[in-house]
Ligand binder design. Structure first.
Ligand code: EPZ
Length: 420
């Protein structure tokens, strides 16, 4: 397995260009199953998750080929059975269920199962499918969904932690080919849901209200092929902004959408980070000194849970007490014990991590556990004096395109090595 070897203490300087959003790309790739015509998606990041999704589409009978930064997909003839082994390995693949149900009126996919950050149920996805008239059966780790026809209806998709991003995506995709009008109340408002709605409308769907808690989808008979450019990744943007501040550097982040991460930029400003926006670029540098702040993760437009671990690494450096509360997932503090190995002083109290910040960090071997925890450990290693080895970096490769290459261009002393 591969690791990152980091010699920390070097302020990041220079320019970095943000890649396309992983969490927009995955449902948009799934949406191509809704038509037998060819689609071209530009700006799909080269990640293990997007390559995996392409494998899943091929296993369903679609053609999917990357060439010079674009992904051409044609789901001419497809089958409704998504391979257990494939779907089990990546939760994001659950979003092929909605398109398959809409196109074939039946699908069988494996229950995605939980992961280190939480149980990850799909009850709201299934509630939405049933509201459209599907019969749902769970049997042997598989979900069988079938419907003679899909009929639009009004439904409430809010759960214990608020809206569901992929649940909204799945039901919205299924509703595009249903008879009549579907209204999703408590829909997710994330920019990735808006990007998906824009792609579906380019395919001939009739969706309004994307980005608001009330989504209206008027069913159409069929969808046609379309071309689309994926939005920039707001979480990668947040990650590089936080890394710039943590290393006391000065970085210009290019090709980013500041309007997609207002909560993060606002919180970084409170923490003493200076951010200047010009068009789709952000100039980020640490101000005079970092300040402790409290952070609570919420559905969009609140502070994104996917930037919580990275923010924790920064606040370990900010003198004072910061309280970080995770309201979306049950256990998204896997990074805390590993950051402690770098000298961070953090304690978990229920849904919160209490950070006593301000002590300098020093390098140590640490273990990545999930995608965003790995990013937090890289940030910790970049800020720490001495050498840090971040092991099991495959977690990071799921969601960050060539992070080591991008960081080296910013002056970081980081290289990818085989783990001894
Ligand atoms: C998406 O996951 C993202 N993944 C996650 O990013 C992100 O953390 C999450 O949204 C929240 O913003 C992709 O888009 C591929 P949810 P998703 O359904 O859709 C509960 C990353 O790091 N819930 O919005 O699976 C659930 O348990 C990943 O890039 C139900 O109770 O998340 C959680 O507590 C990690 N029932 C909350 O809702 C359901 O049917 C939000 O989950 C569905 C969800």
């Amino acid at each position: 397995m591969e690791s990152f070897l980091i010699k920390g203490g070097v302020p990041l300087h220079g320019e970095v260009t943000i890649s396309g959003s992983k969490n927009a790309a995955l449902p948009i790739m799934a949406a191509t199953l809704l038509t037998d015509e060819p689609c071209v998606i530009r700006g799909v990041p080269h990640l293990s998750d997007t390559h995996f999704m392409a494998e899943i589409l091929k296993s369903l009978g679609a053609e999917a080929n990357f060439h010079n930064g674009s992904l051409a997909i044609r789901a001419k003839k497809i089958r409704g059975y998504a391979d257990y082994e494939l779907v089990r390995k990546m939760r994001g693949s659950i979003c092929v269920a909605g398109p398959l149900l809409a196109r074939l009126r039946q699908t069988r996919i494996s229950l995605p199962g939980g992961c280190v950050i939480g149980a990850r149920p799909i009850n709201l996805h299934l509630k939405g499918f049933e509201a459209l008239g599907a019969k749902i059966k769970i049997d042997g780790g598989y979900v069988d969904a079938s419907a003679k026809k899909l009929a639009g209806s009004t439904m409430f998709l809010g759960g214990r932690a608020g809206s569901t991003v992929l649940g909204t995506a799945n039901v919205m995709m299924a509703a595009t080919l249903a008879d009549g009008v579907t209204v999703i109340e408590s829909a997710a408002c994330e920019p990735e849901v808006v990007d998906l709605a824009n792609f579906l409308n380019a395919m001939g769907a009739d969706i309004s209200g994307a980005g608001s808690p009330t989504l209206t989808i008027s069913g159409v008979n069929e969808l046609h092929g379309a071309e689309h450019e994926i939005i920039p990744d707001r979480i990668e943007t947040a990650t590089f902004a936080i890394a710039a501040a943590a290393t006391n550097g000065e970085v210009t982040i290019k090709n980013c959408r500041a309007d997609h991460l207002r909560a993060v930029l606002d919180k970084l400003g409170d923490a003493g980070v200076s951010i200047r926006q010009s068009g789709d670029n952000l100039a980020v540098r640490r101000g005079k000194r970092l300040r402790a702040v409290d952070v609570t993760t919420l559905p969009y437009p609140g502070f994104p849970t996917d930037a919580q671990a990275q923010m924790s690494a920064l606040l370990a450096l900010a003198p004072g007490i910061s309280i970080i509360t995770e309201r979306i997932f049950e256990s998204r503090f896997m990074h805390v014990s590993e950051l402690a190995r770098l000298g961070a002083d953090m304690e978990i109290e229920g849904p919160s991590a209490i950070v006593k910040g301000g002590r300098p960090l020093s390098g140590a071997p640490v273990m990545a556990s999930d995608l965003r925890a790995s990013a937090a450990l890289v940030i910790g290693g970049l800020a720490a004096k001495g050498q840090t080895q971040v092991n099991r970096i495959y977690h990071l490769d799921r969601g960050y395109e060539r992070m080591d290459v991008k960081l080296r261009k910013l002056g970081a002393r980081i290289r990818r090595v085989e783990e001894e």
